[in-house]
Design a protein around this ligand. Structure first.
Ligand code: NAP
Length: 531
């Protein structure tokens, strides 16, 4: 497929405006020849009008057909073959093997949502049959299920060109639930976005989905995204990126006449706490494990371990030595954009300018390519950390701060200063962990995913994954952006009172034609309702 460079307004390609931008290649600090057209106001209007009319039709498309649509998307993405991964490699600087893995994960995510639709219980159908004889008043027939919320605007992320972008963790569940999606392509990888959008449009055509079920608009500034969030047709927003970006969109959404939810996944420093006994017995191995996690993917993960807490105890010197050695031997890696690279170096320098912060190590091998991030570890005492909130913030990239506390009391005080996180990790054996209940409680309180003796990088896609966390990791800690429950961001519950069986959605009919698991008068069952 050729790159189109035009906005995807349903099945129509549109290039109304004069403003264009090009793909940036971070590894060579140069631009590709393709031109992408920033969407105009009238293109935004046409897109939203189409999404509104598509919603009326798409919400009524049976779950089995939506499942087939999602599978068709995976087939179209697969059919794009190497060109998709190669374009992503050019536009992001991420290694081919990592991108192949991410594409597989994206296909897996969509397949899981297709399976969910076929299985059906995700709508949480609940049926309370009428009790005409109830005293003092009869009980009405009351039935409830989850229904789609309406058109969803999704912002593609910079750091996952597949898994959190055009066919990623927001788009899959939004489409699965029955909502049209309007994608604001990330300016950092417009060519990948273009190819993926073509795959989705092709799948939509092949499975006879209503036009407008998916649209994608370009912008290399903030105007189009802001207009989409403010547009009255939009009913929810999915976002992954910076705290600043997420909060700006959240504010816009709250200022609307009818405020809407913005499910923003933002910054996280993902603290790791290593208890003294564990440090002593695993010092060298811990140095290796943490160095690999900090430097993975040039540290451009929302789960990058940005803070490591230890105590001044027996294993510390061996751990520091191993950590230092491992990081020194890593090789620099290309960052996603010139802006992200510049920001990494700026924030890293700002940390070093803080009082009592010293450099433990900076990776020594630097590639000749552009935008090369060097893995860096800084260190600070527990008391200096507690006194300086600047040190509690994320440095996006292969950076981590080692906080050396004088004892476990100071360690508890230090982690009590942390805000909400996507993850927290405890390194301890079972007996040692049980001896520090207050510390365990504190880490549990601030985290969405609580890890034991592992690293936070690597997000399993499965129903029990919670990828979210208390503010400011996300805007709403109740929701995940990964796994089947991520669909809950894009639905709302609706009750039907005293409706005739023939007019109810299939999920709520007495005969249970879809054969799904439901709650009937407080009993979980697949059986038809016996009246
Ligand atoms: P970003 O600045 O948050 O931008 C993400 C998306 O939101 C982009 O499409 C951007 O538009 C849009 N956007 C941002 N601010 C906006 C505003 N005020 N109004 C309307 N739209 C807005 O993230 P980024 O460009 O990917 O990277 C910048 C920084 O974000 C990184 O250095 C890093 O700190 C952080 N980041 C964090 C994570 C994470 O997982 N926690 C992931 C990625 C990035 P444009 O494309 O037009 O700029």
């Amino acid at each position: 497929m050729d790159i189109q460079g035009k906005n995807f307004i349903g099945y129509t390609l549109s290039a109304e405006g004069d403003h264009t931008f090009q793909s940036y290649i971070p590894a060579s600090d140069s631009f590709l020849d393709d031109h992408f057209h920033r969407a105009t106001e009238s293109e935004v209007e046409r897109t939203m009008a189409l999404a509104e009319s598509a919603f009326a039709e798409y919400a009524a498309v049976p779950a089995q057909s939506r499942a087939a649509f999602l599978i068709a998307i995976t087939e179209e993405i697969t059919a794009l073959g190497d060109q998709l991964v190669e374009r992503a490699h050019l536009e992001t600087g991420l290694p081919i093997a990592r991108l192949q893995g991410e594409r597989a994960r994206t296909i897996n995510q969509l397949t899981q949502f297709s399976d969910l639709l076929r299985e059906g219980s995700w709508v949480e159908a609940s049926i309370d049959t009428a009790l005409a004889e109830r005293i003092p008043v009869p009980k009405p027939d009351m039935r409830k299920m989850l229904v789609p919320i309406g058109p969803v605007v999704v912002f593609g992320s910079s750091n996952f060109p597949f898994a959190y972008s055009v066919a990623g963790v927001d788009v899959g569940p939004a489409l699965a639930a029955g909502n049209p999606v309007i994608l604001k392509a990330h300016a950092a990888h417009p060519g990948v976005s273009d190819l993926t959008a073509q795959a989705i449009i092709s799948a939509a055509r092949k499975t006879n989905m209503p036009e407008g079920v998916f649209s994608m608009l370009y912008d290399d500034g903030f105007e189009v995204g802001a207009a989409l969030v403010k547009h009255p047709v939009t009913q929810a927003v999915g976002f992954t990126g910076s705290f600043k970006g997420g909060m700006a969109l959240h504010k816009l959404a709250q200022e609307r006449e009818d405020p809407i939810p913005v499910y923003a996944e933002m910054g996280s420093v993902n603290p790791i706490v290593i208890l003294p006994g564990y440090l002593e017995h695993n010092a060298t191995e811990l140095g290796k494990t943490l160095a690999a996690s900090v430097s993975l993917g040039a540290g451009q993960f929302c789960t990058n371990p940005g803070l490591v807490f230890v105590t001044s105890s027996a294993g510390l010197d061996a751990f520091r030595g191993s950590y230092k050695n491992e990081i020194a031997n890593t090789t620099s890696a290309t960052m996603l954009t010139a802006g992200i690279y510049k920001n990494y170096n700026k924030l890293r320098e700002e940390v070093f300018e803080q009082e009592n912060v010293s450099k433990l190590v900076v990776s020594e091998n630097v590639n000749a390519a552009g935008n090369q991030a060097q893995a860096t570890i800084a260190e600070v005492s527990g008391s200096a950390f507690i006194a300086n909130p600047k040190l509690h913030e994320e440095v996006f990239g292969p950076f981590s701060l080692l906080v050396i506390c004088k004892d476990t009391e100071e360690l508890l005080a230090a982690i009590s200063h942390l805000k909400g996180q996507l993850t927290a990790t405890l390194m301890a054996d079972e007996t040692e962990a049980a001896s520090y209940p207050a510390l365990v409680r504190q880490l549990a309180k601030i985290s969405g995913r609580f890890i034991m003796n592992g690293v936070p990088t690597g997000v399993e896609v499965c129903p029990s994954m919670h990828h979210g966390g208390p503010f400011p990791a996300t805007v709403d800690s109740k929701f995940t952006s990964v796994g089947r429950h991520s669909i809950l961001r894009f639905v709302r519950p609706q009750s039907f009172q005293n409706w005739p069986d023939s007019l109810l959605p299939d999920e709520l009919k007495n005969s249970n034609p879809l054969g799904i698991l439901r709650l009937v008068n407080n009993m979980q069952t697949k059986d038809p309702v016996a009246i």
